[in-house]
Design a binder for this molecule. Sequence first.
Ligand SMILES: CC(=O)[C@@H](O)[C@H](O)COP(=O)(O)O
Ligand SMILES: NCC(=O)COP(=O)(O)O
Length: 237
Amino acid sequence: MTKLSVNINKIATLRNARGGNMPNVVQVAKDAEKFGAQGITIHPRPDERHIRYQDAHDLKQIVATEYNIEGNPIDKFLELVLELKPTQATLVPDAVDAITSNAGWDTVKHEGYLKEIISELKRNGIRTSIFVDPSLEMIEGAAKTGADRIELYTEAFAHQYSLGNTTAVQPYAQCATLANKLGLGVNAGHDLSLHNIQFFKENVPHLLEVSIGHALICEAIYQGLEQVIQHYLTKLK
Ligand SMILES: CC(=O)[C@@H](O)[C@H](O)COP(=O)(O)O
Ligand SMILES: NCC(=O)COP(=O)(O)O
């Protein structure tokens, strides 16, 4: 079975647009779990443009499923995860000014750096995952860091699949097979959606977890739009 971890960054983006507490990130996390989500993912960024560090603390009190915190392991991030001890910390090499995550780790170049951080997280009982491009060399490097899992960066797949290129899934399937052989669990995420998730799941073996945020929240808005407009029209009669 593949678990669905709902990334609620976009809920925080919407909340921050008005400065109040609507939508309420904590309530959305509770409801996502009530509706069946098997995990909650957040990716606090240094500028706190969506999830704030305080949200990470508040969510720790209520997440009853798997709590996954993603981010670049700068000091502030490491302090946060070591204090909160989420189920999983996913390390992502994102630049401070990146609009969103746009690359996986070079696990060969950064083997020593990752090894040190991963062993500290594991000593504290935190499952570790590292964000990687679908490259066999990077998977082999990931295994040497001691990480528990990899998260396959699926942006390239999602883009190619939207253009009709179904062969784009092949490197992901090969990497998942190798990761499993090397004892690494396999997660995946970025730009996964209702459009591409079934095909990805059917073609990539050993998939333990997907974290989905941007498309899932957009889809929720679209699927709820008609009903909400009808509610307004009823009240305005
Ligand atoms: C690692 C990854 O792919 C996601 O965490 C993604 O980066 C979401 O972050 P944003 O919501 O800031 O785009
Ligand atoms: N790790 C990927 C994630 O949490 C969500 O990415 P996206 O669905 O917002 O692109």
